[in-house]
Design a protein around this ligand. Structure first.
Ligand code: NAD
Ligand code: ZN
Length: 242
């Protein structure tokens, strides 16, 4: 890939750098995205299951889907795109990572400063007392009862139609405001708030680079669109960061 001198200078001179990742960055690890056809489970689309309404209507069905996803993710490993971002964190003290992913693969690849704005599939939260627990697949398969108050626990992830955690959202907004260089990687832009982060970054003068196999809802904010797989493109860019 040809990188222009202008881009190399951006890499060199940008102090605050932000990466915002979506399901596409984990696609090459074998974790299905939501919008691809492999994102279907039984006859359901993700949007039909990842909602509070679906959960309270049929908790067993929604839990079955989450247990299937957890089991699948447990067998997957980070790919070169995750590792490239972990390397960037080591190279630059002002690099930050915001992910919409709930799969924990960034952490597995060695990234430490991660804002998981949509939660983590390997954590549960009680629907009543709000206590959180690390997910234990074996226990969950037998019971989804809160050990503290006996109500039902749910995956500690953000479902469609739910509000963001205010602290996390404020942190994300302030990173978007102050970052000079922003990478948007593997996200469709179907979810409003992450796109809003890109808009805020752009409005505050950031240089926005999008990496995606296809155009997305973010593309209008991108100064540079790098079309292709994150696992192939990102490792090529990291050597330019010194
Ligand atoms: P999405 O499924 O809506 O879109 C995936 C995007 O990735 C698409 O734009 C697609 O073109 C792109 N893509 C696919 N393969 C790619 C590759 N190899 N390299 C670069 N780009 C690639 O994902 P989203 O925008 O993150 O939104 C879905 C929501 O679902 C998020 O909230 C996320 O938390 C959740 N989700 C998470 C996971 C996960 O944790 N791995 C998986 C599925 C969905
Ligand atoms: Zn409880």
């Amino acid at each position: 890939m040809q990188i222009s001198q202008q881009i190399k200078d951006k890499f060199k001179n940008s102090k605050n750098i932000l990466a915002l990742t979506g399901a596409g960055i984990s696609a090459e690890s074998g974790v299905p995205t939501f919008r691809g056809k492999e994102g279907l489970w039984k006859q359901y689309r993700a949007e039909e299951l990842a909602t509070p309404q679906a959960f309270f209507r049929d908790p067993k069905l929604v839990w079955e889907w989450y247990l299937w996803r957890m089991e699948l993710i447990t067998t997957k490993s980070p790919n070169p795109a995750h590792f490239a971002l972990a390397e960037l964190e080591n190279k630059r003290s002002n690099f930050n990572l915001i992910t919409q992913n709930v799969d924990g693969l960034h952490k597995k690849s060695g990234s430490k400063k991660i804002i998981e704005i949509h939660g983590n599939i390997f954590r549960n939260r009680c629907t009543d007392c709000d206590k959180t627990y690390d997910s234990d697949l074996l226990i969950l398969k037998n019971s989804t009862e809160c050990p503290n108050c006996k109500s039902i626990v749910r995956p500690d992830v953000l479902w469609f139609g739910e509000s963001y955690d205010t602290d996390l959202l404020n942190q994300a907004i302030s990173l978007a405001e102050k970052s000079e260089l922003v990478f948007i990687i593997g996200s469709s832009g179907a979810v409003g708030i992450p796109v809003e982060l890109a808009r805020i970054a752009k409005e505050n003068g950031a240089f926005v680079i999008e990496i995606n196999t296809d155009q997305s809802g973010y593309s209008r904010y991108a100064d540079l669109f790098l079309q292709g797989k994150a696992g192939e493109i990102l490792p090529e860019l990291i050597p330019y960061f010194v």
